[in-house]
Design a protein around this ligand. Structure first.
Ligand SMILES: [Zn+2]
Length: 136
């Protein structure tokens, strides 16, 4: 309530100041007060609308990023009891477990990481071409 009164006071003070200044050049005082008040309210509403739109865009972008991150770190794993496929988030910095959607039992996930050489696909299935490529 105090903030509302303060806002109204500031709006009225600005309107009265503008009207006082414009009345010096012959523009009617009370018309200026009303016009300046309306302009301030319209500008303030426009500003609040802009801020809320920006905020919702930012929040939507954040949600998209989180979803992308979630999808990148998720896997489908079979339940250790009934083999039902469950979609779950994998964390490398914590113990992982998944509660089965089907039998409601909890399975522990072991993450095993290994490396392998990158293989290059053959360009041709023709034996002579393959030998030539390998000789190059
Ligand atoms: Zn299960």
């Amino acid at each position: 309530m105090g903030n509302v009164l303060k806002s109204l006071g500031v709006t009225l003070a600005v309107s009265l100041s503008v009207a006082a200044a414009l009345s010096l050049v012959g523009i009617p005082f009370w018309s200026c007060v009303i016009l300046a008040t309306v302009v301030q309210i319209v500008v303030w509403q426009g500003f609040q609308y802009y801020v809320s739109v920006q905020s919702s865009i930012k929040s939507r972008d954040t949600e998209k990023e989180l979803l992308k991150e979630f999808i990148a770190n998720s896997v489908t794993v079979p339940c250790a009891y009934c083999k039902h496929q469950n979609w779950t988030l994998i964390r490398l910095d914590d113990n992982n477990s998944v509660k089965c959607e089907n039998c409601k039992k909890e399975s522990v996930l072991y993450v095993h990481i290994e490396t392998a050489q990158v293989t290059v696909p053959l360009k041709s299935l023709d034996v002579e071409d393959t030998i030539k490529i390998n000789e190059l």
